[in-house]
Design a protein around this ligand. Structure first.
Ligand code: NAD
Length: 478
């Protein structure tokens, strides 16, 4: 088959002006930490140091919570919804104006392809702020009573896979409802959250309404355990989610947890194969598989197994892995050395347990953290690669014969975040959707996000919903 060769098409990084070091954003201003500690954030594609970032200790978290409390009591909660909306609309428009810069910054710090940060992450960030701006003056019509009240100060901790988008999921509904926030971005991807702090300044957001404290797990712990916050919103691993649930259990804090997943993507024999293959690829190789709702378990009906697998292998051979800033890149860098080690380890376990590993011929850059798109076949439900979240570009393939068996296998997981169904029959889609224990069920598509639809899990995928009208509930005292 003749192969089309792509010339490099790198997006310029000159639109981003990185500072050498970044302070904490507390009470509307950037400043140092009390004890002067700092860490470096690197580009996972090249291991180049991008900037030095301040590490917030407990005293800094305390200052941030105090600033948020003051802003909550004196400014934000007292402001009419239509006035709060103006700020959110302004933030949304500035995100759009600075979209290219934010996309480049996100790809630099996270390693994700520019095509994704430009076409998915950043437009969705703006969409979330626009959407929740629209709710700010209509909360009495949201179905939570005539005058729903905010909770107070929200402590929010987010992961590294969609840094700015997770920030938007957290901050937009919180502010719309009248809460103020202290947010901690992940330690490997703090830069777009710090750019967002500048956007808050640009939008003239009253000081203290949004505070950004950077740091690692200890900073996150200091935040969620701070007695001065009323609400904890966490997205990340199930393990840390459980620790947070335990820490918050004896308190009055309202908690939402958005944790891991091991989603089944179920392909029936009547599905259009080419379309399903695109959905499988999007399901697990989008964002290098660093997606909590990734379709990491492919369930294929036995009768079309050979056809689907042959087509999937052909498609994988066309994926281009490399420079995240190249507009032709499909698969970028793994976010960190630690995550790469985890993906490698679980892949080795997959082989050792008897599954068959396959990757297309794929040259990996020498510098940086890389893992080729990988498929495991011959996977049984007992294998660790069928049960544990790999959080990388690794697909485990299983088969089924009947719809009932598909449901049984799809639900055979401690998680329950998402699922996909591929079939021509509407009745089968509805039959499956009513039986799959997953917060989101996509039909003939995968990884589709929209600010108007709620997102969240069952079982060990967490509790609470983000997005849509449902997402307001997490930030209202109802
Ligand atoms: P993590 O749970 O360790 O970190 C997520 C966030 O929580 C980060 O900001 C981190 O600094 C913070 N944190 C860590 N320990 C904390 C503590 N004790 N208290 C409060 N905050 C704390 O997740 P990770 O290291 O980013 O990734 C590990 C695994 O988590 C992944 O392999 C994947 O399984 C899962 N994950 C899930 C999602 C998701 O969207 N559901 C996103 C990222 C990672």
């Amino acid at each position: 088959m003749p192969k089309f060769e792509y010339a490099p098409a790198p997006e310029s990084r000159s639109i981003v002006s990185l500072r050498e070091s970044y302070g904490l954003f507390i009470n509307g201003e950037f400043g140092p930490s009390v004890d002067g500690r700092a860490f470096k954030t690197i580009s996972p594609a090249t291991e180049e140091v991008l900037a030095e970032v301040t590490e917030a200790g407990p005293a800094d978290v305390d200052r941030a919570v105090t600033a948020a409390r003051k802003a909550y009591e004196h400014t934000w909660s007292a402001m009419p919804g239509r006035e709060r909306a103006k700020y959110l609309f302004r933030i949304a428009r500035i995100v759009q104006e600075r979209a290219r810069e934010l996309a480049v910054l996100e790809s630099l710090d996270n390693g994700k392809p520019i095509r994704e940060s430009r076409d998915v992450d950043i437009p969705l960030v703006a969409a979330h702020f626009f959407y929740y701006a629209g709710w700010a003056d209509k909360l009495e019509y949201a179905g939570y009573g005539p005058a729903p009240r905010p909770l107070g100060v929200a402590g929010q901790v987010i992961p590294w896979n969609f840094p700015l988008l997770m920030l938007a999921w957290k901050i937009a509904p919180a502010l719309a409802c009248g809460n103020t926030v202290v947010l901690k971005p992940a330690e490997t991807t703090p830069l777009t959250a710090l750019a967002f702090a500048e956007i808050c300044q640009q939008a003239d957001l009253p000081p203290g309404v949004v505070n950004i404290v950077t740091g690692a797990g200890e900073t996150g712990r200091a935040l969620v355990e701070h007695p001065g916050i009323d609400k904890v919103a966490f997205t990340g691993s199930t393990e840390v989610g459980k620790q947070i649930a335990r820490a918050c259990a004896p308190t009055r804090k309202k908690v939402t947890l958005e944790l891991g997943g091991k989603a089944a993507n179920v392909v029936f024999e009547d599905a259009p194969v080419d379309q399903a293959v695109e959905g499988i690829v999007n399901g697990i190789f989008f964002n290098q598989g660093h997606v909590c709702c990734a379709g990491s378990r492919l369930l294929v009906q036995e009768s079309v197994y050979d056809e689907v697998l042959a087509s999937l292998r052909r498609r994988l051979a066309t994926l281009r892995l490399g420079d995240p800033l190249d507009k032709n890149t499909d698969v970028g860098a793994i976010n960190s050395a630690a995550q790469l080690a985890k993906i490698r380890e679980l892949s080795e376990v997959g082989e050792a347990e008897g599954a068959h590993r396959w990757s297309p011929p794929c040259e990996l850059p020498v510098k940086g953290f890389w893992f080729p798109p990988t498929i495991f076949t011959g996977v049984s439900q007992a294998h660790r690669i069928a049960r544990e979240e790999i959080f990388g570009p690794v697909l485990s393939v299983l088969t089924f014969r009947t719809p009932a068996e598909a449901v049984e296998k799809a639900n055979n997981t401690p998680y329950g975040l998402s699922a996909g169904v591929w079939t021509e029959k509407g009745s089968l889609i509805l039959w499956m959707a009513s039986r799959l224990r997953a917060g989101v069920v996509w039909a003939n598509t995968f990884n589709k996000f929209d600010p108007t639809s709620p997102f969240g899990g069952y079982k060990e995928s967490g509790y609470g919903r983000e997005g849509g009208r449902h997402g307001l509930e997490a930030y209202l005292d109802v």
